[in-house]
Design a protein around this ligand. Structure first.
Ligand code: NBP
Length: 479
């Protein structure tokens, strides 16, 4: 009799196929299934020799080929397809089996599925996977959420399949139910902000200064050897240096300026609004993509309102100007990450997940799209200041933003004067300035709210709520 498989993967598009191959490369016996058979056949034909695969055309055969308690990794399109697959699997699985959803599912769906499946004594793990096609094959960052018992069963496989940094796997149990998918969602939100910031730095160098795409590629390549060292900075240099295969100069100039999105950035912003966490950089990045996706409106506006506001010749960028943009990028990036980590902390309390922020920084150091040297600093800072109310209050980040602050302001002023939109740079700076004010201007908001809605206000010199009888005698009464 054929030996049973250690893990089964159903859904063999880009991510599922590569994760299945990854598991096989690590010595696990992998059962394969896809709704339609072509993908399964193709995978076996092209890569069947890479490891021990057991392919099945029917779901019942696929489930029967798994060792108990069975581990089924679902890698299908997020949303209804996941529910469809779960429903079908339930006809074949038994108590104690484990379903892992490795797609980009909404954490609320994961919470719902976990509650439903636990009633049926099936363990459900919602696992965020980051790293794209290459990461899935070579070693992604994986963020599972579920019960400890289910984690213990899958951990030997997942920790081997994950990227490794300094001998530590980029995979750890995040917490129960939706915790893993939530962490992955915020990862993607931070990725949106990081990419938007990079795009704004590129725009300034390209549009305000007279830098060519290849010159900017070199500038980004240079930044890789400093604090900004990251995968996204590295691939920015590569993309900007790429020549058009159709022979029309830099490829970047032939790519339409309309960004697409699949929804995880928007979900991050929606959740932050629900939780009341100010994540300005991520939200502005989502809006910037939305604005980019309205080309005809932008063309009409440029014709009606005029484009750039630059006076005279383009400037040339020397070392000082380039360094200032680098500093603005770094400071804004610190804000984006501080905001993302604050969102994780608030969600953790709200949903009772007990997220370990240092551990999250640790598993994001490799395999995923936002992997960066910077995450080591976050890991160290959360360990040194476990109770800090913001990453910005940890010594390293406080010193880094203070050092960059003057350049950051200069760059935002330059952008504003030039008519260049830098929503993530500027909103990060606005957040920083708002955060630094122990007493801000919201006293006026409260006064106005009390005037039109009798919403009351609190005084700086007394406890309790108060209200002014605005339309009567103007006296103050306890609210
Ligand atoms: P897709 O998201 O493109 O999904 C295609 C797969 O879903 C195919 O195997 C398809 O089967 C299957 N499927 C669909 Br669509 N509806 C189904 C249904 N009702 N029942 C059963 N199977 C169904 O694949 P992907 O790009 O590999 O991504 C998989 C997951 O990983 C997604 O949640 C994605 O968001 C996430 N993710 C993707 C990346 C990336 O870089 N692509 C990175 C990280 C996470 P078929 O072949 O029969 O049509």
């Amino acid at each position: 009799m054929t030996e049973l498989a250690d893990i089964g993967v159903t859904g063999l598009a880009t991510m599922g196929a590569n994760l299945a191959r990854n598991a096989a490369h690590k010595g696990f016996r992998v059962a394969l299934h896809n709704r339609t058979n072509e993908k399964t056949r193709k995978l076996v034909a092209e890569y069947g020799a890479e490891g021990a695969f057991i392919a099945s055309e029917k779901l019942n055969d696929f489930v029967a080929s798994l060792a108990k308690p069975r581990v089924v990794l679902i890698m299908v399109k997020a949303g209804k397809p996941v529910d469809d697959v779960i429903e079908e699997l339930l006809n074949h699985l038994e108590a104690g089996d484990i379903i892992v959803d490795g797609g980009n599912s909404l954490f609320e769906d994961t919470r719902r599925r976990e509650a439903f499946l636990s009633q049926k004594h099936i363990n459900f793990v919602g696992m965020g996977v980051s790293g794209g096609e290459e990461g899935a094959l070579e070693g992604p960052s994986m963020m599972p959420g579920g019960t400890r018992k289910a984690w213990e069963r899958i951990a030997p496989m997942m920790t081997k399949m994950a990227a490794q940094v300094d001998g530590t796997p980029c995979c750890a149990l995040m917490g129960p139910d939706g915790a893993g998918h939530y962490v992955k969602m915020v990862h993607n939100g931070i990725e949106y902000a990081d990419m938007q910031l990079i795009t704004e730095a590129y725009d300034l160098l390209r549009t305000v200064y007279d830098c060519s795409a290849s010159e900017i590629a070199e500038i980004f390549a240079g930044w890789k050897s400093g604090d900004l060292d990251s995968y996204l900075i590295e691939i920015t240099a590569t993309v900007l240096a790429k020549r058009d295969p159709q022979g029309k100069g830099a490829l970047i100039d032939q790519i339409r300026d309309e960004a697409e999105q699949k929804g995880t950035g928007r979900w991050t912003a929606q959740s932050a609004l629900e939780l009341g966490v100010p994540i300005t950089a991520i939200t502005e990045a989502v809006f910037a993509r939305a604005l980019s996706g309205r080309p005809s409106q932008r063309q009409a506006a440029e014709a009606a309102l005029g484009g750039l506001r630059q006076a005279g010749e383009k400037r040339s960028a020397g070392r000082t100007e380039i360094d200032k943009i680098r500093d603005a990028l770094y400071a804004s990036k610190i804000i984006a990450y501080a905001q993302g980590f604050e969102q994780l902390a608030v969600a953790s309390k709200t949903y009772g997940w007990d997220l370990d922020l240092g551990q999250i920084a640790t598993i994001w150091r490799g395999g995923c799209i936002i992997r960066a040297r910077f995450l080591d600093r976050i890991r160290e800072s959360t360990a040194a200041h476990p109770d800090a109310q913001s990453l910005l209050l940890a010594d390293y980040f406080r010193d880094a933003v203070l050092k960059a602050e003057a350049s950051w302001r200069d760059v935002v002023v330059l952008a504003v004067q030039s008519g260049i939109a830098v929503p993530a740079f500027a909103s990060s700076l606005a957040y920083y300035d708002g955060l630094r004010r122990a007493r801000g201007p919201a006293n006026l908001l409260q006064g106005l709210r009390d005037y039109f809605g009798a919403h009351t206000y609190r005084r700086v010199d007394a406890d309790g709520s108060f209200h002014i009888r605005w339309s009567q005698d103007g006296t103050e009464i306890a609210g």
